[in-house]
Ligand binder design. Structure first.
Ligand SMILES: Nc1ncnc2c1ncn2[C@@H]1O[C@H](COP(=O)(O)OP(=O)(O)OP(=O)(O)O)[C@@H](O)[C@H]1O
Length: 305
């Protein structure tokens, strides 16, 4: 088995300065005597195939260079392969993306030099991974936060508006405020069935989504439980007046929000087919079943976590 790192870099993640950043990354890795091979993605979801080839070749340590989408696809490649136990694999992240929500839970700064410093120390945590199954039997894994409803709509809009650059986030938020209609979800878990008008239902492993917002309560990334947040009759107006609480995490105490911990949950939207997002990637629409795999993959994290 190779002790060396295998780098999967997304050259289009984040801003457009990739070649300059890649030079800096190579220099810093060499300075720290970190041994690595590398490959660049050439198309969307290419990470999945690249990570599987690397594991087949004997690599067990992977560095994801990019944003949350790149990391999500690396995680999916690892969960879908059959060459090694997933708990024998370690992922580190050098963040380049614009959102980069996963790193925030573990105090990893959005900074190339500091991220490489963290990799050289190699403190790891064995983190849970979520599994989503849509009604057409499509399986996706997630390492951060997934959900359906309003959050899925924003991710969908963002995809179509991304060509407008950084203003796309503002535009999709606005589109959501103006056009998103909540509907009735039937939510089934443990011995409960909740049927309610629902803005969105969130499934959390880590804390942050939507560029630093916190919808999940008392997150533990290794306890084998999904942190469920059901935003019920919450209006768009409620979101606007509570904008500060969305970032501080206090929003979970709002009277129209309920939180639970569970190992498996099914959400069946009753009339509409809302968009489903996982780690900020659009994965489908409509009904969904979510499970969790306890301590599935090792991740390199900050020493202060
Ligand atoms: N070479 C490529 N060409 C086109 N798309 C790619 C390529 N490599 C990866 N992708 C896709 O780009 C998507 C977005 O990447 P990612 O989320 O990492 O960057 P970002 O959108 O800039 O960052 P963030 O999600 O943190 O805001 C992923 O779905 C990934 O599969």
């Amino acid at each position: 088995m190779s002790k060396s790192w295998f780098i999967i870099a997304n050259p289009i993640a984040g801003n457009r300065k990739f070649s300059k950043q890649w030079k800096e990354i190579k220099q810093l890795l060499n300075n720290k005597n970190i041994d690595y091979s590398f490959v660049f993605t050439q198309f969307s979801k290419h990470e999945i195939e690249l990570v599987q080839n690397a594991i087949q070749q004997g690599f067990r340590n992977i560095i994801s260079i990019g944003g949350d989408g790149t990391l999500h696809n690396v995680v999916n490649g690892i969960m879908l392969q059959r060459y090694a136990k997933t708990s024998d694999i370690t992922i580190a992240v050098i963040p380049l993306g614009t959102g980069n929500d996963w790193i925030k839970t573990y105090n990893i700064p959005n900074n190339i030099e500091k991220a490489i410093e963290i990799i050289s120390k190699k403190k790891t945590i064995q983190q849970d991974i979520g599994v989503l199954e849509t009604s057409d039997k499509n399986i996706s894994y997630f390492n951060n936060v997934a959900g359906l409803g309003y959050d899925g709509y924003i991710v969908y809009k963002l995809k179509t508006l991304k060509r407008f650059g950084s203003i796309a986030y503002l535009l999709s938020g606005l589109a959501g405020l103006l056009f998103y209609k909540k509907s009735v979800f039937k939510i089934i878990f443990d011995d409960k069935i909740i049927e309610t008008n629902c803005l969105m239902t969130i499934f959390g492993i880590c804390k942050f989504s939507g560029g630093g917002m916190q919808f999940t309560k008392s997150v533990n990334t290794t306890d084998g439980f999904l942190d469920i947040t059901i935003a019920k009759n919450l209006t768009i107006f409620d979101l606007i007046i509570n904008i500060k609480k969305l970032y501080s995490g206090e929003i979970v105490h709002h009277k129209k929000i309920e939180t639970f911990k569970t190992k498996e949950i099914t959400v069946i939207p009753q009339i509409t087919k809302p968009f489903i997002q996982a780690d900020g990637e659009l994965i489908g629409t409509g009904k969904i079943n979510v499970k969790i795999i306890e301590k599935a993959i090792n991740f390199v994290i900050h020493s202060t976590y």
